[in-house]
Design a protein around this ligand. Structure first.
Ligand code: UT7
Length: 330
């Protein structure tokens, strides 16, 4: 449209969640915890867990196939496969390359993006710039995790939180005023050790000792992460809205990363956003990291709640630390 800034929009979405469900009652049998503690402290009732044979790319592949099918596109119509994940199949090659192999997408460029739970929004921002600069016409962006395989199932402070899932979107240049209106992204590596995977990289290569000490599992100072998450998610949302020239009242749907219901509520309160605008599904999935925002989007769409012109505010925080928000017109 003449005079209108070009935008990038989501043309389809696909989600895959492994069928196996782990309830709070199941966890009560595994560690010293209770359904009541988990619900009141996190809002989680159950989470889905990949089976032994499934790696992250398997979940991503299924989500990608569903996104392609929804858009009636073939893999040849895609110019880039971008996977956001913190639980890759292998340190190298990228999970995106494993997905590319599965799709039979010969020679389409593919790479991973590591930005903790913020990875899906980082990926949207990267895809937007590649499309607007005509490097790519269509990007397949997938957020996928199998966190259950890097979780210490004897550590009650982390094992009750996470789940496995993947969500994929296809992005291209918009022909109208729908799409990404503004974004904001930040990182603070000085706080990296509050949420990280200590061993298995070049800092602390795998050894008998790292395995014995459980250093190949997620390590998190939950309390600290919580405080930073609320503050940074408020900052990201406010700044993205300011950049779009919009207010909280203009938002139709607020989609926060689903890490903890108390983080979501505290962020919503700080933003003064009406409760009915805040989408949550954490009770059914737990924290599925990069998959949480695309799953929320797809659920809203399937429920018929996304109307043309709706303003969607997406907001995330994760390991790094990283945080980002996107204002999107549906
Ligand atoms: O996507 C971004 C990544 N992660 C996050 O955003 C997570 C952010 N943090 C959180 O969600 C919360 O900090 C947690 C849910 C992890 C923990 O909640 P909390 O209210 O911060 O609890 P806490 O760590 O202060 O622990 C309170 C008590 C402790 O016992 P004492 O020391 O008071 O006796 C813990 O040992 O709760 C205990 N506790 C548990 N009790 C039963 C910790 N985990 C459990 C458990 N069941 N699963």
């Amino acid at each position: 449209m003449e005079g209108v800034r070009p935008t990038v929009k989501i043309i389809s979405c696909g989600v895959y969640v492994p069928p196996k469900i782990l309830t709070n009652a199941d966890l009560e049998k595994m560690v010293d915890t209770s359904d009541e503690w988990i619900i009141t402290r996190t809002g989680i009732r159950e989470r889905h867990i990949a089976d032994e044979s499934q790696a992250t790319s398997d979940l991503c592949l299924e989500a990608a196939r569903r996104a392609l099918e929804q858009a009636s596109l073939k893999v040849e119509d895609i110019d880039l496969i971008l996977v956001a994940t913190s639980s890759p199949d292998t340190l190298f090659p990228s999970t995106a390359c494993w997905v590319q192999k599965g799709l039979g997408a010969l020679e389409i460029p593919a790479f991973d993006l590591s930005a903790g739970c913020t990875g899906f929004l980082y990926g949207m921002i990267v895809a937007e710039s590649l499309i607007l600069t005509h490097v790519c016409r269509r990007v397949l962006l997938i957020g996928g995790e199998v966190l259950s395989k890097i979780t210490n199932w004897e550590d009650r402070s982390t094992c009750v939180l996470f789940g496995d899932a993947a969500g994929a979107v296809i992005l291209e240049e918009s022909q109208d005023d729908s799409g990404i209106l503004s974004s904001y992204w930040r990182a603070d590596g000085s706080l990296a050790e509050l949420l990280y995977l200590p061993a298995g990289g070049t800092r602390l290569p795998a050894s008998e000792e790292t395995v014995r000490k459980g250093l190949h599992y997620i390590s998190m100072k939950g309390n600290e992460v919580f405080k930073h998450a609320v503050r940074r998610m408020e900052e990201a949302a406010s700044e993205a809205l300011r950049r779009a020239g919009l207010n909280v009242e203009d938002v139709t749907h607020f989609i926060p990363h689903q890490a903890n219901i108390r983080i979501i509520e505290a962020t919503g309160e700080r933003l003064k956003i009406a409760n009915h605008k805040v989408y949550t599904n954490i009770e059914r999935y737990g924290n599925v990291s990069v998959a949480s925002i695309p799953i929320c989007l797809e659920e809203l769409r399937v429920q018929g709640k996304l109307k043309k012109g709706d303003i969607i505010l997406m907001d995330a925080f994760g390991a790094g630390f990283t945080w980002a928000a996107i204002v999107y017109r549906w």
